[in-house]
Design a protein around this ligand. Structure first.
Ligand code: TXA
Ligand code: MG
Length: 356
């Protein structure tokens, strides 16, 4: 049975809470525990133990070639994981840690279980910006490997309820700290080469990174879906709700026409939109996901909204799209995956040469 530890007050020094000490003890005992970070819930275990890490892969049903992020609570812990911290990485750490930025370093030998890094010579490290995560890590005294606490392929969890519905009975416990803030995962940046490369867009945008260290590169696989991603996890389908999801790009009147067409054939249609347009669309299930004028609110709600469609069971879902600027890049990356890259564009429909 999975233990449910509730931490509903975050004001005081929470490291003295019995929930935290008990959960930390489970980590020291090589058990697997879910806990909140500022991005999404993580599924943590002792990064030094093969036995503990094997339990993460088993609970998630995660392919063993997909490495895990190691979570730390102090920069001192970083020196146990790597001997090579580039100047750019130092700057990124200074500005963005603790926070939603994961940095890839050359790995120090024997510092963590080989299962964590899936046999790679590099290690991904992040310092989460959440009091529960930080206190749990320091109370355990260990580097904590933690992927998102969902079953593989499902949207990442932003509430303890999401974790329960995916993993109840498969893990030792959950520290419930309420809904997470950022809502999408950390940005992953490889700092092992001359020019840093973004492998996964996330909570810190490319623009914010470049304001600190200058031009960076972006893994070509993020732009061209035929390229092989440098981050093993990016090749897997992800975030998909149960019903097929289509990204729709066009005027609202045209989108409403698509909804009407599908409804006319007896299908129940879901529309994933924002606060501004929720009252405009007429569909079977219209769910608003934040404000399009503040993409932080969209990121905060995205996975919760994708999971909410699963409860309503539409036959298909149409989703509004966002400009790929700032946080919009991460949102579109997750939506493209959720949709399996299925697009419907008004431009194509209006083009007499376009074959449907
Ligand atoms: O916000 C987050 O990053 C959350 C919270 C829990 O911290 N964690 C998370 O972990 O999203 P996960 O396992 O779902 O995603 C980790 C990503 C995967 O795409 C994985 O392939 C990549 O990081 N990764 C890990 N180690 C790597 C390495 N050495 N080289 C390249 N990519 C790596
Ligand atoms: Mg994940």
């Amino acid at each position: 049975k999975t233990i449910h530890w509730i931490v509903d007050k975050l004001e005081d020094n929470i490291s003295t809470y019995p929930q935290i000490t008990e959960a930390a003890q489970f980590l020291s005992d090589n058990e697997v525990i879910a806990f909140p970070t500022e991005t999404v819930y993580g599924l943590g275990a002792n990064a030094k133990s093969d036995e503990a890490i094997a339990k993460i892969f088993a609970a998630k049903g995660r392919p063993s070639d997909n490495p895990l992020i190691v979570h730390i609570s102090t920069v001192t812990q970083l020196h146990e994981l790597t001997d090579h911290i580039s100047e750019q990485a130092k700057l990124l750490i200074k500005i963005f840690w603790p926070g939603p930025l994961t940095i890839i370093f050359p790995k120090k030998e024997h510092s963590v279980s080989k299962l964590v890094t899936a046999g790679l010579e590099t290690v991904a490290v992040r310092m989460p910006d959440h009091p529960i995560a930080l206190d749990l890590i320091s109370a355990s005294g260990l580097p904590i490997a933690a992927p998102s606490a969902n079953r593989s392929g499902k949207p990442s969890p932003t509430t303890a309820d999401h974790v329960f519905s995916d993993l109840n009975g498969r893990i030792a416990g959950i520290v419930d700290g309420g809904m997470t803030g950022v809502g999408v995962e950390s940005t992953v940046i490889d700092c092992t080469g001359e020019i840093p490369v973004i492998l996964r867009p996330g909570g810190v945008s490319q623009e914010e990174i470049e304001a600190v260290i200058g031009k960076v590169r972006v893994d070509q696989a993020l732009i061209n879906q035929d390229e092989k991603p440098k981050s093993p996890g990016m090749k897997y389908t992800h975030y998909a709700p149960a019903a097929p999801l289509y990204l729709v790009d066009g005027e609202q009147k045209w989108v409403q026409g698509l909804i009407n067409q599908k409804q006319a054939t007896g299908q129940r249609v879901g529309m994933l939109t924002t606060n501004e347009s929720a009252s405009i669309y007429k569909a079977d299930y219209v769910l608003a996901c934040g404000s399009k004028n503040d993409l932080k609110t969209v990121a905060h709600e995205l996975y919760n909204t994708l999971r909410a469609f699963d409860e309503r069971k539409p036959d298909l879902i149409f989703a509004e799209v966002f400009p790929r600027i700032g946080l919009g890049t991460a949102l579109m990356n997750r939506l493209e995956k959720a949709a399996g890259h299925k697009w419907i564009r008004q431009i194509d429909a209006d083009d007499p040469n376009h074959i449907q």
